[in-house]
Design a protein around this ligand. Structure first.
Ligand SMILES: Cc1ncc(COP(=O)(O)O)c(C=O)c1O
Length: 401
């Protein structure tokens, strides 16, 4: 029997493809976004203790109360916003499930969802599953700032949801308060909700502040804000995230969540709650911590041929290779993995899910959530590869491979 695919245009994610190639060729993978250093041992001790004490059965659907209270306290101290732990916080399977449940709960068949291009790749497939359609507004290089005139033109009576991502993966920009004000003004009179992906909320550099929708008086009334302990506690494999939204939106989100994952790993939730109680400021230094790593990598790539504007936030850095090659990004990365044993993520797949609708770009993304030794080896391989490519006559350039 033949089934017609519901997601015919959706390929395997670029992260899976690149990681597989990196493994096959024993290449150093600094593409996918995960830390290669250990978590705080106190955190693992609390999780182990929670297991030993018997927190091994289903957790409540909304999340362990102690954890929701710890999250409310964290939001109060970070964003000066009082959140009701019972009705406004839901613990989910990473930020990914918050995004998934929110989109499925809000988007109906025929609805339009406005998002900014390039976009994290998990939004569009879920919009399509819900029967909706993504309307993409470009963030133009090299600054990748939102163009509010184009955004206004993208809004129609069918617009149901706007998805924003701040700090932004993959481009590393951080929005100013004025951006949130503009967004609020443009959707003020329309029945449009905002899904605000803020998983890198604490990874912001150079003295800038993260502007959360939670601290915006207007947007907070119509937004679902998504966060991730994976990013904040260096534990992406634990799959614990959460969604914060007004009670009405939270009720809708939970209708999907309860039949999607139902509830999240109990010992992890108890362990994180206790850890946050013991170290309520654990995330405060994340910006400084990652800024050092960003600067280490960027300094090491100075004069390498790769052009870069230092990321304002997230643990990703874009590298522009237009000065050394005119290859498409996917081809450039494939050759880099094969020849130099170093893997990065091309950014064209962060545009439309449809491969044929993607722009041709000379930009790739690397992740600097790595130990200094890893970054040192990565920089050496990138420099060597850039030097080799730059020396090649045009006929043998990557474009010809
Ligand atoms: C922008 C963005 N949103 C959401 C996620 C998913 O977060 P989690 O790993 O908590 O599911 C990621 C992970 O890389 C991300 O980069």
């Amino acid at each position: 029997m033949q089934f017609e695919s519901k997601l015919a245009d959706i390929p395997t994610t670029i992260f899976t493809v690149v990681s597989r190639r990196a493994r096959e060729l024993n290449a150093l993978d600094i593409g996918q976004g995960y830390p290669d250093f250990p978590i705080d041992s106190l955190l693992s001790e609390h999780v182990t203790a929670a297991m030993r004490e018997g927190h091994n059965q289903y957790a409540p659907m909304t999340g362990v109360l102690e954890l929701r209270r710890a999250i409310a306290a964290k939001i109060e101290s970070t964003y000066k916003k009082s959140i009701d732990a019972d009705t406004e916080i839901t613990v989910t399977c990473g930020g990914t499930e918050s995004l998934h449940s929110a989109i499925l709960a809000l988007v109906r068949s025929g609805d339009e969802v406005v998002l900014f291009d390039p976009a994290y790749d998990s939004y569009e497939p879920v919009v399509n599953l819900a029967g909706g359609r993504c309307v993409r507004v470009p963030l133009s290089p090299p600054q990748f700032r939102p163009d509010w005139e184009r955004f206004a033109m993208a809004l129609t009576p069918r617009t149901r949801l706007v998805i924003i991502n701040n700090p932004h993966n993959p481009v590393g920009t951080v929005w100013a308060r004025a951006d949130l004000d503009e967004l609020a003004r443009l959707i003020r009179d329309q029945p449009v909700a905002v899904l605000s992906d803020e998983v890198y909320e604490h990874v912001v550099f150079d003295g800038q502040q993260h502007e959360s929708v939670l601290s915006h008086p207007e947007l907070s009334q119509r937004s679902l804000a998504v966060f991730s302990f994976g990013k904040t506690l260096h534990a992406t494999g634990w799959r614990v995230g959460y969604c914060v939204a007004p009670a009405g939106l939270t009720r809708e989100l939970r209708k999907v969540h309860q039949f999607c994952t139902f509830s999240i790993s109990a010992p992890m939730q108890h362990g994180i709650a206790r850890y946050l109680e013991a170290k309520p400021e654990a995330w405060r230094n994340l910006g400084t911590f990652y800024q050092q790593k960003r600067d280490y990598l960027c300094d090491a790539l100075e004069g390498s041929g790769f052009l870069l504007r230092r990321a304002q936030g997230t643990y990703f850095q874009l590298l522009d290779f237009s000065a050394i090659s005119d290859a498409a990004d996917v081809d450039f990365v494939e050759r880099m993995i094969t020849d130099a044993r170093i893997a990065a993520i091309p950014i064209s797949p962060f545009y439309s899910a449809k491969e044929t609708a993607r722009p041709r770009l000379s930009v790739m993304r690397v992740c600097f959530a790595k130990r200094e030794q890893t970054l040192q080896v990565a920089a050496e391989r990138l420099r060597e590869f850039a030097a080799r490519i730059a020396d090649e006559p045009p006929s043998t350039s990557v474009a010809a491979t």
